[in-house]
Design a protein around this ligand. Structure first.
Ligand SMILES: [Zn+2]
Length: 325
């Protein structure tokens, strides 16, 4: 059996089990944390302990793996996640490489690359490949998949360069891709078109946040390419309420698409977008935006809507396993 890299090293894909395909442990930008969080809203020990509690709780519900697409731009910091992984022995955590940007290229790549001031092969690709094949910084942890974004603004020059670098890294390494998309702008189509032109195997692409849409024509156009729909924001009712998300998944299962959907929440133990107000914000604005909403509420709702146990297993176990195989 093939293996997949996790925070604690390689694991047989047969051991991944029930997998939530898009969850963050932390979304905390290092510069924000170092300059404004420390001494204010950030308590490292409290946050690590809180994460350990939340992740052990979801493992107790039967989840064996979470796939964490936190990359540069969202505050990837592997040593902190490693500390947590050591204390959550029942859960595999899979790390990503790539860049999260809606528009701009990081300045660090602005002058280096083909035809630029420092004319050389794109160093972004070298960095992504190193994360996947040698490890991230000096942590010993290897990334197992790639992440990029195509938002409502589409392929800005910065986004296009990042997406092409991600696609070319996929072609070179075989690592699968998760792309954040804006379902209301239907940007998943733009992402898949670019990937196809770069020679990406679209069966290895999760079109992230597809579940924000209930437009079956749009969703089937994506899935008919072979790509996987990320039904991955359960609990974010502000984009699409749970009942609607469930109805859309049930409709797609009925049409034969259970082999092209994965489930998740896009939740985090802590997200610095709300600063110190995170715990309060979460409780009032999105009380179901947590790792166990799917097991506590959504699976029963899917069954009530006519989705079968086999289809749930397909979405939670077999599709993630195939993606990482
Ligand atoms: Zn996310």
């Amino acid at each position: 059996m093939p293996t997949v890299e996790t925070l604690r090293g390689p694991v047989d894909v047969g051991e991944l089990g029930q997998t939530l395909m898009h969850e963050h442990v932390f979304v905390v930008a290092t510069e924000h944390l170092d300059n404004y969080g420390k001494g204010a809203w950030w308590d490292e020990e409290h946050r690590v302990a809180d994460a350990v509690t939340k992740l052990n709780a979801v493992a107790a519900k039967g989840v064996r793996t979470i796939v964490d697409p936190t990359v540069w731009g969202l505050g990837r910091y592997i040593p902190r996640v490693q500390r947590i992984a050591e204390q959550v022995p029942g859960l595999h955590i899979i790390a990503a490489t790539g860049i999260y940007s809606y528009e701009e290229l990081p300045h660090q790549y602005e002058h280096r690359g083909p035809g630029l001031i420092f004319d050389c092969p794109d160093p972004m690709i070298d960095d992504f490949v190193r994360d996947l094949t040698e490890g991230i910084a000096d942590t010993g942890v290897k990334a197992a998949f790639l992440k990029c974004v195509v938002e409502a603004k589409g392929l800005t020059p910065g986004v296009e360069r990042i997406c092409r670098a991600v696609a070319q890294t996929h072609v070179r390494t075989g690592a699968p891709i998760t792309v954040h998309t804006n379902s209301f702008a239907q940007s998943g189509l733009i992402a898949l078109d670019l990937f196809a032109k770069e020679g990406v195997d679209l069966r290895k692409v999760v079109v992230g946040h597809s579940g924000d849409s209930n437009d079956l024509d749009y969703l089937m156009r994506l899935a008919d390419t072979g790509a996987i729909l990320g039904m991955d924001r359960f609990g974010l009712d502000v984009y699409n309420p749970t009942a609607q998300r469930v109805a859309t998944i049930a409709a797609l299962c009925q049409r034969g698409y259970a082999d092209r959907m994965v489930l998740s929440h896009d939740a985090a133990c802590f997200m610095d977008y709300f600063g110190g107000a995170w715990d309060d914000t979460l409780g009032t604005l999105a009380p179901n935006w947590r790792y166990d909403h799917i097991h506590d509420d959504v699976l029963a709702a899917l069954l009530d809507s006519g989705v079968t146990d086999d289809q749930i297993e397909q979405m939670l176990v077999f599709n993630p396993k195939r993606y990482f195989s």
